[in-house]
Design a protein around this ligand. Structure first.
Ligand code: MLT
Length: 262
C-alpha cells in the first residue's frame, strides 16, 4: 500500500485488526524484514510496517534525515491510518527512530520494543566513517554497502544461503539518495541515553546474542536504564534477530504482549 504522508509517498504493509503493532525496520533494510512478524501477529493485532523515507519503496528527500523526521513520518502515517496509540517496535536504526518517537510523541505510544539497538550517539570516528560511507555511495551506488552490511546481519555461523539472499533482497530496493540521507542522519543523531528514565510505557528490549553490529551489552544497558524494561537475548541470532530466529523472537514478543500489554 501507498499513501502521501508528511510530504512523501510512503509504502507500507497494513494487515489484521485490533491494537496496532507498528514495526520499523533498520538500515538499509525495508519493511519486508518484518515479514515473519506480520504473518504471526496479524491474527491478533493490526500490524503496520512502513518503509522509512528514502528506503525500500518510500519516496526520499535530499540531505540528512534526522531520526525525529522519520518519527514524524510515522506519526503522520498513524494519523492517516487512524490507528490511535501504537505498540512501536524498532530494529537498530528503527530503534533510534522509535526512541525519537517516544520522546516526541509519548501520548501516541502504548508500548515499546527495542530490537538490536542502542541509545548512544555515534562516537566521532563512527560518525566520520558514516560520512565517508555516504560519499562512497554517492560516487559508486549502494552495491558495496549492501554487500558489506548483508554479510553482518546474520549470526557468524549462519550458513543458510536462502536466508542470506533474502537479507540482500531487503536491502536492494533502497536507493542511493535514501541510503545517504539515513547515513548522514544517523551520524548526527543525538545521544538519547539521558532521558531513557522518562519512558513510561511497558518496554521490551531484544537482541541477538551473536550480534556483531550492535553488541548485546548495549541492549543490556538500554534495559537497565528504562524503568521496568524486560530484556531478552536470543541465542544463535545476529543483528537481524527477528528474521534469523523468527520463532524464538515471536515467542518472546508474544509472551511480552500477553503479559505487559493485556
Ligand atoms: C541498522 O541495522 O539499522 C544499522 O546497522 C544501525 C547502525 O548502523 O547504527
Amino acid at each position: 500500500m501507498n499513501a502521501k504522508v508528511n510530504g512523501i509517498q510512503m509504502a507500507y504493509t497494513d494487515e489484521g485488526a485490533g491494537r496496532t503493532l507498528l514495526l520499523v525496520h533498520g538500515f538499509p533494510l525495508n519493511r519486508h524484514a518484518w515479514s515473519p512478524q506480520v504473518a504471526a501477529f496479524r491474527k491478533d493485532f493490526r500490524v503496520v510496517a512502513p518503509d522509512l523515507r528514502g528506503l525500500g519503496e518510500s519516496e526520499g528527500t535530499a540531505g540528512a534525515v534526522a531520526m525525529v523526521r522519520y518519527a514524524e513520518d510515522l506519526q503522520a502515517l498513524m494519523v492517516y491510518l487512524g490507528t490511535g496509540p501504537v505498540i512501536l517496535a524498532g530494529h537498530s536504526m528503527g530503534g533510534y527512530v522509535a526512541l525519537a518517537f517516544a520522546r516526541a510523541f509519548p501520548q501516541a505510544l502504548r508500548g515499546l520494543v527495542l530490537v538490536g539497538t542502542r541509545a548512544g550517539a555515534d562516537a566521532p570516528a563512527a560518525a566520520a566513517a558514516r560520512r565517508a560511507s555516504a560519499e562512497q555511495v554517492r560516487a559508486d551506488g549502494c552495491a558495496g554497502l549492501v554487500a558489506a552490511m548483508a554479510a553482518k546481519m546474520l549470526s557468524p555461523g549462519h550458513a543458510d544461503p536462502a536466508m542470506a539472499a533474502a537479507v540482500r533482497g531487503f536491502m536492494t530496493p533502497s536507493r542511493p539518495e535514501g541510503v545517504i540521507a539515513a547515513l548522514l542522519g544517523m551520524a548526527e543523531r543525538p545521544d538519547a541515553g539521558g532521558w531513557l528514565g522518562q519512558i513510561r510505557v511497558p518496554t521490551l528490549v531484544v537482541a541477538g546474542a551473536e550480534d556483531t553490529i550492535i553488541a548485546p551489552a548495549e541492549s543490556e544497558s538500554l534495559a537497565k536504564a528504562i524503568p521496568g524494561a524486560q530484556l531478552k537475548l536470543v541465542p544463535q541470532a545476529g543483528h537481524l534477530v527477528a528474521f534469523e530466529q523468527a520463532e524464538a523472537f515471536n515467542a518472546a514478543l508474544g509472551t511480552w504482549l500477553e503479559l505487559s500489554m493485556a
